[in-house]
Design a protein around this ligand. Structure first.
Ligand code: AMP
Ligand code: MG
Length: 448
C-alpha cells in the first residue's frame, strides 16, 4: 500500500487483474471480520450489538451463537399420518389391532403392546415400543376383533401385501437434529427466514445482532442535481446515491447519503472531512483521468493510503480502493483506518464495482462470515464477441425456469445505460483472455 501516490496511468499493464484486486479486498474483509468482538455467552447487548425482536431480524447478523434450548425434536416424532407399529410385525402382513390414537399435541398413554398398532398423526409423539410408522395410504383397515392382541379392539389394519416397512421409517428420533446445548448457528450467521424459524423453535423471541456499519455515500459531480430537481441544460439527476443506498442496505449496512459534492477541491475536502466519521466511505465519480476528476488528489490531501487506483475490468476500470485516517465512533471503531472506495461515476460501473469489491467489505463490517461476491454458472444462448485485456461484467438476463440457467446479454449503450441494467438480472463474466464466448458454452454470471 502506498501512502499518497499520484494517479496511476489507467492504460498501464501494472493495474491489478480482477482476481488480484478481489483477493486483496477479500483479505481486507477477512481482517475486518476478525476485528469483530468475540461471541458472548450471555448478558445484555454490548456496544457492538443490539437486541432486536425476532420478526425484525431479517438480514441482520448474529452476534452470538444460537444454542439449542432442548433436544430437537424433543420427542420421537411421526412424520406421517398412519399407524405406529413394530416394523417386523407389520411386514409379516398380520392383522394388527388399533388400540389407541394420538394426534399432534397429545402424548400416547402407554407403551405399544405386541400385535397392535397405534393410530398417529403427523407431528405426534411415537409411543414407546413402536419402531416405525405405516402410512395411512399403505394399509387396509377393517372391523375385526383380533383375539391375539393384548387389548380388545374393533379396528384392525394390515399392511398392504408386497409392501414391507423398515425400522425407523417415518420417525425422527428424539435429538436426531440437535442435542440440548448444541451450537445450531455460529456468530456471524446471516439471518434469513430459515434462521428465524430455527431461533423461534429455540424460544428466542429476540436476538443479539451486530450493529449495522454506517456506510457514507458521497456522489460527486458538477452536473448532478438531487432526484427531486428538474435537471437544467447539461445536468443529470443523482441516481447512483439512491442505488448504492439500496445496495448497502441489501448487504447489511446502514446507508448515510451525503449531499452531492462539487468538482472542486474545497467541496471535496469538506465532504471527505464529514464522511470520515463513517465505517466505510463510497465515493462515486471523479476517479477517471479527466481534468475535473479530483477525488484522488482530495483523498491524498485527506491522508489516504491507496491499495489500488484501477483494476483491469470493464466496466469500472478507474476503481480506487484506499484507507483514510479513522474518525468513527461507530460499531467498527476498532479498525484503525476507514476503508474507502472511489467508484467510477457511471451507474453501471458503480453497481458492478460495488457488487465485486465494496459489498464484501460492507458485509464483513456487518459481521458476516462468508461475504464474497456471488457467482453462478449458466449456459450462454448467443455468441459474445469482445476484446481481450479486461475482465468484463456485462449486463445480462438469466432465466432460471429451465433445467439449467440460460443467459444472454442485454443490449446496452455503455455503462451509463440504467435502462439496460434494469432489464438485466445479472452480469455475464467474460474472462480477460477471452475475445469470444460461444453459444452453448457454460459461462459464469455475477449475481446481484
Ligand atoms: P465520472 O466518473 O465523474 O467521470 O462520471 C462518469 C459519468 O457518470 C458521467 O457521465 C456522469 O455524469 C455520470 N455520473 C456520475 N455520477 C453520477 C451519479 N451520481 N448518478 C448518475 N450518473 C452519474
Ligand atoms: Mg464527474
Amino acid at each position: 500500500m502506498s501512502p499518497a501516490r499520484p494517479r496511476s496511468n489507467l492504460s498501464s499493464p501494472a493495474l491489478p487483474s480482477f482476481e488480484e484486486a478481489a483477493a486483496l479486498v477479500a483479505a481486507c474483509a477477512a481482517r475486518l471480520a476478525r476485528l469483530r468482538p468475540g461471541p458472548r455467552s450471555s448478558g445484555l447487548a454490548g456496544p457492538y450489538m443490539e437486541r432486536v425482536p425476532l420478526h425484525q431480524a431479517l438480514g441482520r447478523v448474529l452476534a452470538e451463537p444460537l444454542l439449542a434450548d432442548a433436544d430437537q425434536p424433543p420427542f420421537a416424532r411421526s412424520t406421517r399420518d398412519g399407524f405406529a407399529c413394530r416394523a417386523a410385525e407389520a411386514s409379516a402382513h398380520r392383522p394388527l389391532a388399533v388400540i389407541g390414537s394420538t394426534r399432534a399435541g397429545q402424548t400416547p398413554s402407554g407403551p405399544l403392546p405386541r400385535g397392535a398398532v397405534w393410530e398417529i398423526m403427523t407431528g405426534a409423539p411415537v409411543p414407546a415400543g413402536a419402531d416405525a410408522i405405516i402410512m395411512l395410504e399403505h394399509v387396509k383397515e377393517f372391523d375385526a376383533h383380533v383375539e391375539e392382541t393384548c387389548a380388545p379392539s374393533t379396528r384392525a389394519i394390515r399392511l398392504l401385501p408386497l409392501r414391507t416397512i423398515r425400522k425407523g421409517e417415518h420417525i425422527v428420533a428424539r435429538a436426531a437434529q440437535a442435542r440440548k446445548g448444541d451450537k445450531l448457528l455460529p456468530a456471524g450467521s446471516l439471518i434469513g427466514a430459515a434462521q428465524i424459524a430455527l431461533a423461534g423453535s429455540c424460544g428466542c423471541a429476540a436476538l443479539n445482532v451486530f450493529l449495522k456499519p454506517r456506510v457514507a455515500i458521497l456522489s460527486t459531480g458538477d452536473e448532478l442535481v438531487p432526484i427531486r430537481s428538474s435537471p437544467g441544460p447539461g445536468q443529470i439527476r443523482n441516481s447512483s446515491s439512491a442505488m448504492l443506498a439500496a445496495m448497502v442496505s441489501a448487504v447489511g449496512g446502514s446507508p448515510w447519503v451525503l449531499p452531492i459534492a462539487r468538482d472542486t477541491a474545497k467541496s471535496l475536502d469538506a465532504a471527505l472531512a464529514r464522511a470520515a466519521a463513517a465505517d466505510l466511505l463510497l465515493i462515486t465519480g471523479g476517479v477517471s483521468a479527466g481534468k475535473f476528476d479530483l477525488v484522488e488528489p482530495a483523498l491524498t490531501r485527506a491522508g489516504a493510503r491507496f491499495h489500488f487506483t484501477g483494476v483491469r475490468i470493464q466496466p469500472g476500470k478507474p476503481l480506487v480502493f484506499a484507507e483514510l485516517p479513522r474518525r468513527s465512533t461507530g460499531p467498527n471503531r476498532n479498525q484503525s483506518r476507514t476503508k474507502c472506495f472511489g467508484l467510477p461515476g457511471n451507474p453501471v460501473s458503480s453497481a458492478v464495482t460495488f457488487l465485486l469489491f465494496a459489498a464484501p467489505v460492507v458485509a464483513a463490517l456487518a459481521g458476516q462470515r462468508d461475504c464474497g461476491p456471488r457467482f453462478a454458472l449458466a449456459r450462454l444462448t448467443e455468441d459474445v464477441k469482445t476484446k481481450t485485456g479486461l475482465t468484463r461484467f456485462l449486463p445480462a438476463a438469466c432465466t432460471f425456469s429451465g433445467a439449467i440457467p440460460e443467459v444472454a446479454l442485454v443490449p446496452w449503450q455503455g455503462s451509463g445505460d440504467m435502462a439496460a441494467m434494469a432489464r438485466a438480472n445479472c452480469f455475464l463474466v467474460v474472462p480477460e483472455d477471452s475475445d469470444r464466448l460461444r453459444a452453448g458454452s457454460t459461462v459464469r454470471i455475477l449475481l446481484p
